[in-house]
Write a protein that binds this ligand. Structure first.
Ligand code: SF4
Length: 389
């Protein structure tokens, strides 16, 4: 197995560079960057890795239209830059157009992750665009109908996804492609990108599998496979006209920082570190389930409260779970000792899924922290005030 070469830069060099050049004034203690609302768990696909263990029928505990509008009012107060309607399949809700319009009228920038089923057609895309949808996120998990459809559990899903991309391009609805990375497709990333490049997209988002819902631990890539995939993504991202980001691969930020600094210190100093925000479960990220439970993410199924009883602002800013997750001194194992923990911190969802403890180390990271051999570790009171102690 090929392992990318270890870079010559030290963690301290990377972090001092990062902290000195960081262009972010966003206070993640006050406002999440991303709010994701699972509008329903109903879905006509049967994806092997489904986080929500989605079923064909809607759950009677889903938020009603009135409750949904109250939630949107609440989210608008919080004013996150990114607000996503997810599922299940959001198109299984008949009131979805009304809710997208309601969110757009509140100056949120609604995005959506519909499933590639017959509900996703030219008319529904036009309806969503007219309602004010700002971004359509479609899933593509394999480069061929066989590979993608076996992920999604329904034949024809690959063709429908490509058709939806074509229609969205035709009507001027910005498209993002989401790929769930597991052992089944981790070696196909370049081929998936070759398909994606036939369309106009704004972002390719790679979700590294967390064994929750229907996803099984044996499909999760190893730490070596993660590191190799990071090398591939880093290489591919240099040559595409759209953004490439990872989800549930917080340690890609560590990889990015090590490599950018190692490759060209001078250029890196001039350009800063674009695209690196230290978000993690409950830190810049909030998920609201179909039944109104507020979680640090969809992959970390621990409720910090319900929107039927408390506001999302209150829960995000003050709940014990969210506050503890934002405090990296709670991290255990090598993530707790790691010099990169303020910008990475490891996947709290993966730690929880594998150990039952959301603060334990992320076992899919190849990095060995030096904190035990170097007495100085980085402590931050906020993102801009960090010191080695
Ligand atoms: S050891 Fe943990 S905090 Fe450090 S880079 Fe790896 S995942 Fe991130």
């Amino acid at each position: 197995m090929h392992i990318p070469p270890v870079t010559a830069v030290t963690a301290q060099e990377c972090l001092l560079f990062y902290l000195g050049r960081m262009k972010n004034n966003f206070d993640l203690n006050q406002t999440p960057l991303v709010v994701i609302w699972e509008v329903t768990r109903a879905c006509d696909l049967a994806c092997f890795h489904c986080r929500a263990s989605a079923q064909p029928n809607r759950n009677p505990q889903e938020l009603s239209t009135v409750e949904a509008k109250k939630l949107i009012d609440d989210v608008a107060e919080l004013n996150p830059p990114i607000f996503i309607f997810t599922g299940g399949d959001p198109l299984k809700r008949p009131d979805i157009y009304e809710l997208v319009k309601y969110a757009a009228d509140k100056y949120l920038h609604p995005a959506m992750t519909p499933s590639a089923t017959p509900l996703l057609n030219f008319d529904s895309l036009m309806g969503l665009k007219r309602a004010g949808l700002r971004r359509l996120a479609l899933s593509l998990d394999g480069p061929t109908p066989e590979t993608h459809d076996s992920f999604r559990g329904v034949s024809g899903s690959f063709d429908r996804t490509l058709q939806a991309m074509f229609w969205a391009n035709a009507i001027g609805l910005p498209v993002q492609i989401n790929t769930t990375v597991s052992r089944r497709n981790i070696h196909d990333l370049e081929k998936i990108l070759a398909v994606v490049r036939n369309f106009r997209i704004v972002m390719w988002s790679l979700f590294f599998m967390v064994p929750t819902g229907r996803a099984e631990a044996e499909d999760m890539p190893s730490a070596y496979e993660f590191e190799n995939a990071f090398a591939t993504i880093y290489r591919l991202a240099q040559d595409v006209p759209f953004k490439v980001k990872t989800t549930e691969a917080q340690h890609y930020r560590r990889y990015l920082l090590q490599h950018r600094v190692a490759e060209n210190r001078e250029r890196a100093m001039e350009n800063g570190v674009p695209g690196i925000l230290p978000i993690n479960e409950g830190k810049g990220f909030m998920f609201i389930s179909h039944a109104g439970e507020v979680q640090p993410s969809g992959f970390l199924p621990v409720s910090a409260g319900n929107v039927r009883e408390a506001s999302v602002q209150e829960i995000y800013r003050d709940s014990e779970i969210f506050r503890q997750l934002r405090d990296t001194s709670n991290l255990l194992g090598k993530c707790g000792e790691c010099e990169f923990r303020e910008i990475c911190g490891g996947s709290r969802a993966r730690a929880y899924a594998l150990s039952g403890n959301a603060f334990s180390e992320d076992p899919t990271c190849l990095y060995s922290p030096r904190a035990k051999t170097h007495s100085r570790t980085l402590r931050c009171t906020n993102e801009r005030q960090c010191r080695f102690k």
